[in-house]
Design a protein around this ligand. Structure first.
Ligand SMILES: Nc1ncnc2c1ncn2[C@@H]1O[C@H](COP(=O)(O)OP(=O)(O)OP(=O)(O)O)[C@@H](O)[C@H]1O
Ligand SMILES: O=P(O)(O)OC[C@H]1O[C@H](OP(=O)(O)OP(=O)(O)O)[C@H](O)[C@@H]1O
Ligand SMILES: [Mg+2]
Length: 411
């Protein structure tokens, strides 16, 4: 029994929608479809897909081959793709560790690993762009990648669902940069760049980028016609000084590489803000047994950890006549309401053999960046002996992103 499902419903810009001088460097997305097959039939199906790709390369000459059809193999394990190397690799494993999900990798050259806490899940280490490709082809079910990689290689494919868009690492933005000297000295915005008299059909703006899908798309959306793109695998910041390009479109985080190469960002030139995200294949969540439960568990752990990560627990003692009176004093200060309000409990002391309550202990959660303000306000309200400790998890009743995911899946 096999099931055919259309997965690529998106309309993509065709190369004809760009100026004739603009080479479109990214492969136009192909129409993918998925098939559920028993494992024993899988090899035959994959072989037939491969031969389709080869014949298409042969007939189309240099144009990119369509992606092979997605094969949803009946397998018991849910597959999570993690970056195999580069700046996201260690952070992804560390984040999972902070969520008490311990990735057991026997050695760094082994590309499969287990998470004992999720016995039905396998980890596969892949390059970030391949994680996106494999989510689309059905070879991975979940993955952690940067939003930039997701946008560039996922190309808005509706099968890709962002489960958590802010994993708090891999922060950067994709931005246009131009030289801060010569004809660009007084150019400070995308508009000014577009209006420079230097660019024409015969002599377009030359933009070097590794983002060969997002680059042309952004320029088109901003009405910039006279532009051509070139690409390289790295060190793009050298291109203007080498005379290869007029401007670049690349990732920026600290901005040091731009500065060291006499380049500057321009107003309106940010294509996207990026950080690491948890992504899933819609098909996998809908069809693969256990996938939705696994994603729920990972999401709960992530949300509990990430929410707690920005907060401290603050405990202080306060003299007072009653819990109500202390609560009123505390709540009169703007930064002391905690997550749902302060927890206030009596502190019992013995005086002359009698048990009495002169102090109340107050416990609140405080955003890290508001810590010092909160301590000052606590003191102003009569607090003493202020103890501050990190918070590890905040488990809410349910995670808001879980509700969003279910709505997105139509469940
Ligand atoms: N300053 C930065 N430069 C590039 N990527 C960054 C930066 N800061 C965070 N990132 C994130 O890290 C990801 C890239 O990691 P890395 O450069 O290690 O791998 P890669 O570029 O995909 O690999 P490769 O270029 O070797 O194929 C980006 O997609 C982005 O999400
Ligand atoms: O704003 P910054 O903190 O300086 O980071 C930005 C630089 O980092 C990345 O390059 P990477 O280190 O991956 O080298 P590469 O360009 O050779 O791939 C990116 O492509 C920029 O060149
Ligand atoms: Mg890189």
């Amino acid at each position: 029994m096999s099931l055919l499902l259309p997965t690529n419903l998106q309309q993509y810009p065709s190369s004809s929608s760009f100026p004739s001088s603009t080479p479109i460097l990214s492969p136009p997305p192909s129409t993918a479809f998925s098939v559920i097959v028993p494992r024993r039939r899988c090899l035959r199906l994959v072989t037939s897909c491969v031969s389709t790709v080869q014949s298409s390369v042969a007939t189309n000459g240099s144009s990119p081959a369509p992606a092979p059809a997605a094969v949803v193999v009946e397998r018991d394990q849910i597959r999570l793709g993690l970056p195999s190397k580069g700046r996201m690799a260690a952070d992804a494993i560390d984040l999972l560790k902070d969520c008490q999900l311990f990735v057991k990798q026997v050695n760094p050259r082994q590309y499969v690993a287990q998470i004992p806490q999720l016995p039905n899940t396998e980890v596969w280490f892949q390059r970030p762009k391949d994680i996106v490709r494999k989510l689309l082809s059905g070879d991975l079910d979940l993955g952690i990648v940067g939003l930039d990689t997701l946008s560039e290689y996922g190309q808005e494919n509706e099968d890709l669902i962002i489960v958590h868009e802010a994993l708090n690492f891999g922060d950067c933005h994709l931005s246009i940069a131009i030289p801060n000297y010569g004809i660009f000295e007084n150019i400070n915005s995308l508009k000014e760049l577009a209006q420079m008299p230097q660019w024409s059909e015969e002599r377009p703006l030359r933009l070097a980028t590794g983002f060969t899908y997002l680059g042309p798309k952004f320029m088109k959306e901003n009405g910039i016609k006279h532009v051509v793109f070139s690409t390289a695998d790295g060190a793009l910041e050298a291109a203007p000084a080498m005379g290869i390009a007029d401007a670049i479109l690349d990732l920026v985080s600290s901005g040091i590489t731009l500065k060291e190469n006499n380049l500057k960002e321009i107003e309106g030139g940010v294509v996207l803000e990026s950080q690491a995200a948890l992504v899933a294949s819609r098909r996998a969540l809908n069809e693969r047994k256990g996938a939705l439960n696994t994603v729920h568990e990972i999401l709960e752990r992530l949300e509990a950890h990430l929410k707690a990560d920005g907060q401290f627990t603050v405990v202080a003692n306060m003299r007072g006549n009653s819990a109500q009176e202390v609560a009123e004093r505390v709540l009169s200060q703007p930064s002391l309401s905690g997550l749902q309000g302060p927890t206030i409990s009596p502190v019992y002391c013995t005086q002359n053999g009698k048990v009495s309550v002169d102090y109340y202990a107050i416990v609140i959660c405080v955003p890290k960046k508001a810590l010092y303000d909160s301590v000052k306000q606590l003191r102003a309200a009569g607090g003493s002996g202020v103890l501050v400790s990190p918070l590890t998890y905040i488990f809410d009743e349910d995670t808001p992103r879980w509700g969003q995911l279910l709505r997105n899946l139509g469940i």
